[in-house]
Write a protein that binds this ligand. Structure first.
Ligand SMILES: [Zn+2]
Length: 139
């Protein structure tokens, strides 16, 4: 499979923060902040829609661990956790990844979108989501 992140994992070609059988973490080539880390499932899953919930839980546990270390080891005040999944989301690499970006009060940086979506939904999108979740099988 021709996947950038699978190549990194297979060829051991990254600055690893953590490596595990289910989830791994490494530094991106162009960090947005000092300590910016990508957390990925070690196996290839394309996006949030694709990954089994158990593997996602392991991956998110590593996201939480990395975030905690950013507070203690980097003295970050907080973190931003960002993911893009699927067409239209600006997902850059089609291997599920979570950006964990340490934040400091003096960093003069914003990852929060300043614009609002122009997409329109005719009826109530919140009611549609609630109805769909209520009808879905519980895990
Ligand atoms: Zn991959």
């Amino acid at each position: 499979m021709d996947c950038t992140f699978c190549h990194l994992i297979r060829d051991d070609d990254a600055r690893w923060v953590a490596r595990g059988p289910v989830a791994s973490a490494f530094a991106p080539l162009n960090p947005l902040a000092p300590g910016h880390t990508l957390v990925v499932p070690t196996a290839h899953w394309a996006d949030i829609f694709d990954i089994p919930p158990e593997d996602l839980a392991h991956t998110m546990a590593l996201v939480q661990q990395v975030a905690a270390m950013m507070r203690t080891a980097l003295q970050a005040g907080g973190v931003n956790v960002l993911n893009a999944s699927g067409p239209g989301s600006e997902q850059s690499v089609p291997h599920l990844h979570f950006h964990v970006i340490p934040r400091w009060a003096d960093d003069a940086f914003s990852t929060w979108p300043t614009q609002r979506s122009r997409h329109q939904i005719a009826d109530d999108p919140v009611a549609r989501l609630a109805d769909a979740l209520a009808a879905a099988p519980t895990r």
